[in-house]
Design a protein around this ligand. Sequence first.
Ligand code: P6P
Length: 323
Amino acid sequence: MKRLDQILANGGVNAELELVIKDILVACKDINYKLRQGDLAGILGSTEDENIQGETQKMLDVISNDLLKDTLVTNPYVRGVGSEEEDYTIAANSDGKYLVTFDPLDGSSNIDVNLSVGTIFSILEAQNNQPGNNQEVFLQNGRKQVVAGYVLYGPSALLVLTTGSGVNLFTLDTNIGEFILTKQAIQIPVDTAEFAINMSNQRFWEPEMKQYIDDCLKGETGPLGKRYNMRWVASMVAEVHRILIRGGVFMYPYDNRDPSKAGKLRLMYEGNPMSMIVEQAGGASSTGRMDIMDVTPKGIHDRVPVILGSKNEVEKIVGYHKK
Ligand code: P6P
């Protein structure tokens, strides 16, 4: 059974980057411990505060964010961090090489009902000497990511990680506090008959998305010629993990509830890291009109429409947007 550090050493990850990844995972192990305490530690429920996204913060959103932030800002190789829960990017060390963006607890609306949540993270290299509290240094497209990963706090605590040469899955052995390699070089099935979308937003979608879902629902006698199944967990990490393991397509498309926003999900710490993971596992990831990782960010909290998963199905959906 190989431990994470053995895989990183073999994966050509330099010692500095390895330390950044390890610090992220130190915080994630602590988040995992606190999640499993739940009500016993009195840390479920919401705070009185709203984050910059306009979402009410759960207590565990704040706890998870602080654990990651406090660990990373003291790492000598980190220039700065950007978080879904922080208004602005935060400076760490002016001579640090790496920038870390994260959604500390994705899917946190599920916490109070004991469903899966996760931490999503992405690592970029600073391309100039700007300090980490200047968001400009973060604004690189997803192709520039050197690491992407998530920790899924489910029945098992799982780490999915890519450093640019495939996707590996690790399971947390809580007896020794180590992530153990349990699946190597994951490949997403290129075809699927399972889609994940929040159907209650249907009336707000663009016609192209409405048409694709309508055609899915027509089943075997419709233009797509097969019977589709549907899932919606309201936790992107759980949906992406299901897709990595058995295929599928996840969509949070543009909708016109707030025309000023390109979508609900955020580019820098949801769209980009999940797109790197999915593409590294042989899947595809698109806004519907271009690859997500080719989108040029203008701000750390930019939104993006997300269509990702089984390659052939994503290409089909992109085809609807090109008609
Ligand atoms: P809705 C969680 O808040 C999240 O950012 C993703 O993890 C998830 O896929 C989506 O939003 C759920 O959104 O509108 O269905 O609650």
